[in-house]
Ligand binder design. Structure first.
Ligand code: GLN
Length: 307
């Protein structure tokens, strides 16, 4: 609690920063500023040139509530409800993994291989950030996103509507060729299906992409509290050895990928050898590993041979 009295914009920023610092939040300065901007609808300039600006009591109350949340290690993005990814602003909440900058490498690799009219399947779509970015930066492609979590898919649909300007279908009985699907259930460009990986998916795709959960189960407890306590465990837990989803994807993807189609996977920094081997053993050709901007292995991809 900052205090009952009224404070100027700059005073609130300083008080907020102090509170977050004493709670041990590492980016206290940035977080205090971003939360204040979120509450007041301001931007960085306001602190520099309008620091003496009055802040309404209601805004101050909200700011204090958000600071309290941040002190409990709720991620900044869950407090503001958004995260930028590929230059687009995605809605997020506690039901989806917050889109990571590293995942932009995965999207960029797919974009290099994406042609107009292709069909894309995004497994474990979460906020939908991968699939929606791919459709936003291409022409006439169609996408299906799957996730086991209905709450995550609500977020993905909301993002598709906002960023692609379309209403994504409920997709429960989706087939790409539309045999079982009613018109209202499909808008032609993007659909979301609730299911475990390929469950309920039908048809063939030119590109399959996924950033599946890939953290070893016993490593999760060592992650920062923001992740460990507030991001969905379902989106993190990659099983005992961290690679259970890659194994399952490799076993099942053959029937959903066209000949010459490509599979793109985000991986943990130490999983390249294992995932490359899984892909090669599954018969993929030209299997490659791509590093992120931090120099860590981040993406593995390969091509399914023609028949
Ligand atoms: N595909 C989403 C993302 O990359 C969610 C990933 C996940 O839940 N593991 O952000």
């Amino acid at each position: 609690m900052i205090s009952e009295e009224k404070h100027s914009y700059e005073e609130l920023y300083r008080l907020g920063k102090g509170e977050l610092e004493s709670a041990g939040i590492s980016e206290a300065e940035l977080d205090a500023r971003l939360l204040l901007e979120h509450v007041c609808g301001t931007n960085r300039n306001d602190l520099l040139v309008h620091g003496d600006r009055e802040v309404a009591a209601a805004e101050q109350n909200v700011y204090e509530r958000l600071l309290a949340g941040r002190k409990e290690r709720i991620p900044l993005q869950q407090l503001t409800g958004r995260q930028e990814f590929m230059g687009l602003e995605f809605a997020v909440n506690e039901h989806v993994l917050i889109p990571r900058q590293d995942t932009e490498i995965l999207v960029e690799e797919v974009l290099r291989n994406l042609y107009d009219g292709m069909r894309i399947l995004d497994l474990c779509t979460g906020s939908g950030c991968i699939l929606i970015s791919l459709l936003h930066y291409s022409n006439d492609c169609e996408g299906v996103g799957t996730d086991i979590s209905a709450e995550a898919l609500d977020v993905a649909r909301q993002n598709a509507q906002k960023l692609l300007g379309i209403q994504a279908g409920a997709g429960d009985a989706l087939t790409f060729h539309g045999t079982e699907e009613s018109a209202e259930n499909r808008d032609g460009r993007i659909s979301f299906i609730q299911g475990d990986l390929f469950e309920k998916v039908e048809g063939k795709f030119d590109i399959i992409v996924s950033n599946p959960p890939y953290i070893c189960r016993n490593v999760i407890e060592t992650l920062m509290p923001e992740v460990r306590e507030h991001e969905p465990l379902l989106a993190l837990d990659g099983g005992e050895d961290g690679i259970s989803f890659y194994r399952r994807i490799m076993e099942e993807c053959g029937s959903y990928l066209c000949g010459g189609g490509m599979l793109f996977l985000e991986i943990g920094y130490d999983q390249a050898a294992d995932v490359r081997k899984l892909m090669e053993d599954a018969g993929f050709l030209e299997v490659s590993v791509v590093k992120d901007y931090g120099g860590q292995d981040r993406v593995v991809y390969g091509t399914k041979p023609f028949a």
